[in-house]
Design a protein around this ligand. Structure first.
Ligand code: B12
Length: 262
């Protein structure tokens, strides 16, 4: 594959402009930073110097991207509405910003044939400097016996009020040695806070409190909380009560049916 070396800001600038107004943040990283944390079975099969970009959703994604997407009836009742919206935003931005480039776009919910995730979102968030990944191994003298505790990333501005959505891998684009690895901001240096975080995330994640482990600059709106605290199987019914209906895939012209609800 032909590769060329770029200045990172030249690649990220247009994508940042496009996605930030929709409530997303982007963080560039080198594939090698990610692979160096993982066993070979979880590696991305690209050279270490290849460019990747992590995409996060912030609290405003719901109002800036999701509700408008639903209003435009971009949604078809086949798979998760948020996933469809994120995919729509990311693929439109990628095709506008990199029309010539072959970009491998991986979403957080996608699995490989081996049933492993297509990328480990939290490891990517940590190595790109987006959000520190607090893991069981980051707590000395663990109080949980042998119990497995899942780790969680904390964003320096949004605490836990964000989600990691996608990784874009530019196999043909390498970045030079001027791109140095950022250090993820450690917002919870103390053992006690780390224990509190991991316990809240593992034992009480449904009450949202782990998200407030540091004071966030913004949280999800009440409407967004209503949406995410509704069971996935009942979200379509909730969207209907908000006046949103999925697009019928057999519709020839969506304007006709929009008029029916006019
Ligand atoms: C499978 C999955 C689950 C499973 C299993 C959880 C797990 N962590 O394994 C279940 C269904 C239980 C689950 C539940 C939830 N999940 Co979940 N889940 C995932 C998913 C799809 C894959 C995680 C996975 O399989 N990891 C594999 C394991 C082996 O990875 P690991 O433990 O990190 O181990 C690696 C690292 O330790 C690395 N490593 C080793 N040393 C070092 C050192 C450093 C410094 C670093 C960086 C890495 C590193 O090597 C290990 C692999 O060899 C991710 C999305 C994604 N694509 O990543 C979301 C994700 C982890 N889930 C998420 C959330 C929010 C939840 C829930 C709260 C529900 C929800 N969606 O609201 C609950 C709460 C968890 C709980 N209390 O049980 C978020 C977490 C966000 C955050 N702030 O961290 C993610 C990232 C999804 C997202 N879109 O944002 N989840």
């Amino acid at each position: 594959m032909a590769t060329f070396t770029v200045n990172v800001e030249d690649v990220t600038g247009a994508l940042e402009t496009n996605l930030s107004k929709l409530g997303f943040e982007i963080y560039p990283l080198k594939v090698g930073w990610y692979n160096s944390m993982l066993p070979p079975s979880l590696h991305l099969a690209y050279p270490d110097d290849s460019l990747a970009i992590l995409v996060l959703s912030t609290p405003s994604m719901f109002e800036h991207a999701f509700l408008p997407f639903m209003e435009r009836r971009g949604f078809q009742g086949l798979s998760d509405p948020i996933d469809q919206c994120v995919k729509h935003c990311v693929t439109s931005a990628v095709s506008q910003c990199f029309p010539e480039e072959d970009v491998d776009v991986r979403y957080d919910y996608e699995l490989l044939p081996s049933r492993k995730p297509k990328f480990l979102a939290q490891t990517a968030a940590h190595v790109s400097g987006a959000a520190f990944y607090y893991q069981q191994s980051d707590v000395r003298d663990q109080p949980w016996g042998g119990k497995k505790m899942f780790g969680v990333c904390i964003h320096p501005k949004f605490g836990g009020w964000f989600a990691i959505r996608a990784l874009l891998v530019f196999g043909g684009v390498t970045v030079g040695s001027e791109m140095t690895q950022p250090i993820a901001p450690d917002c919870l240096p103390s053992r006690e806070h780390r224990i509190q975080l991991l316990e809240a995330f593992n034992f009480h994640w449904r009450d949202w409190n782990y998200r407030n482990i540091i004071p966030p600059v913004q949280t999800y709106s009440e409407k967004q909380k209503d949406y995410f605290s509704t069971l996935p199987a009942k979200r379509l019914a909730l969207l209907k009560t908000w006046g949103f209906l999925p697009k019928d895939p057999t519709e020839e012209n969506s304007h006709n049916s929009l008029n029916e609800h006019g």
